[in-house]
Design a protein around this ligand. Structure first.
Ligand code: ADP
Ligand code: MG
Length: 390
């Protein structure tokens, strides 16, 4: 058992007076390219990362669920009754992610048992690496463990997304939950957000993925995210299709010329259509082991996200600019919804350690008040059981 699991098990023992029966994990994810395409039924190229949310769990005979998070450092566990109309508690907003999963499983007629849980995670919260999806997917695994019920990984992702959409109230697409639930050990994956098909897309051995957290946390950006979504929907409606996936650049220009799409919506939609093309091209680059071309596509993606989709911020732009000046960097872009959070860079493996150090230094010099975190990650497997005996 590694340190993190041991701490979680010790906390469980202290809190509930016995050892946990089982433990599960679900990883965060980084999106290499394909941003703001998932809710447009488009394509993404994510991989699960070597940071995760873990949950220790034991089934109980009571009709309630008790849950504590090591990260929240609250005095004890939060307990709620197991019923279909579980209410929100603003004092423990993070518990909404747990309650949302319970409500969604019950609505689907899936057996849910009373249980005790302890959560621990090292996916940074609110930085675009999907700690929320990792939490939801891990919670569903823990609930299924307690009830000794099984479910395919893709369905777990769909129900986790539903918990976030309908209970927590964040209108996210499927990218985060599907990446966490179905991550492929050692491989990125081309994700079709319409069919939910995942095609392995391993990275060439001589390059690696570096994540850089700017320390800037998204503020009240739900409204901006929803506005972008609405503009994408307006674009699709102007062309009489359900999603921008089915639209071409030519179609967008024609709709704009006819006055059916205003200039703002046109720019947003152009990003999505181009990004879908770039994501497809990126998967082809990986098949051809052409890392230079992949890096170029990542750079282009950032430019469009900054100038056309307008979801970047000065900290993300600075991190990307610093990265591109360093030896071994093939491409760099913001990752996740934007307005803060992380960048993802494609870096030659031989230069990666120096890149990590120098990027952190350059950013820290420019933003001395920000906590900076730069790290290399491989592609991790998707969610599953943790071995407590090892
Ligand atoms: P992101 O998914 O990009 O990390 P979100 O705002 O979607 O950002 O989700 C972050 C929220 O998820 C946190 O504010 C918290 O409520 C919840 N969360 C994630 N990980 C944990 C954890 N280990 N313990 C408690 N809550 C967590
Ligand atoms: Mg999230």
């Amino acid at each position: 058992m590694d340190n993190r699991t041991q701490k979680m098990v010790d906390f469980f023992q202290k809190l509930y007076g016995s050892a946990p029966q089982k433990a599960v994990q679900a990883p965060g994810r980084v999106n290499i390219i394909g941003e703001h395409t998932d809710y447009n039924d488009g394509f993404c190229l994510p991989m699960a990362i070597e940071r995760d949310v873990r949950i220790a769990v034991s089934a109980t005979e009571s009709a309630s669920i008790s849950v504590a998070s090591c990260e929240k450092q609250e005095s004890g566990a939060v307990t709620f009754d197991l019923c279909a109309d579980v209410t929100k508690d603003p004092d423990h907003a993070w518990v909404d992610y747990v309650k949302g999963c319970v409500v969604v499983l019950l609505a689907e007629g899936i057996p849910v048992r009373g249980c005790q849980m302890v959560i621990t995670g090292n996916v940074p919260l609110g930085s675009g690496l999907s700690s929320s999806a990792a939490l939801e997917v891990a919670v569903i695994h823990a609930l299924l463990c307690a009830a000794e019920h099984h479910m395919p990984a893709e369905r777990i992702a769909v129900l986790a997304q539903r918990a976030e959409n309908s209970y927590v109230g964040t209108n996210c697409g499927i990218l985060d939950q599907l990446s966490s639930s179905c991550g492929m050990d050692g491989s990125a994956m081309l994700m079709d957000c319409r069919s939910l098909a995942l095609t392995p897309a391993p990275l060439p051995k001589d390059v690696c993925i570096v994540i850089a957290d700017t320390g800037k946390r998204r503020g009240l950006v739900d409204s901006l995210y929803n506005e972008r979504r609405a503009q994408c929907e307006a674009g699709a409606a102007a062309l009489s299709v359900s999603h921008l996936r089915d639209v071409s650049m030519h179609g967008l220009a024609a709709a704009h010329a006819k006055g059916e799409l205003d200039a703002d919506a046109l720019r947003r939609c152009e990003h999505v259509v181009a990004e879908n093309g770039r994501t497809f091209a990126a998967a082809a680059c990986l098949r051809a082991e052409d890392s230079v071309a992949l890096g170029y596509l990542m750079d282009q993606s950032h430019t469009d996200l900054r100038d056309k989709f307008e979801v970047s911020c000065p900290e993300l732009d600075a991190m990307v600019t610093f990265a591109r000046t360093l030896p071994g960097c093939l491409g760099s872009r913001m990752t996740g919804a934007g307005f803060g959070g992380c960048t993802v860079s494609l870096v030659q493996r031989s230069e990666a350690d120096a890149f990590v150090q120098k990027l952190a230094q350059a950013y820290q010099a420019a933003y001395p008040a920000m906590p900076v975190d730069v790290f290399i990650t491989g592609a991790a497997p998707g969610a599953g059981l943790l071995d407590l005996s090892a």
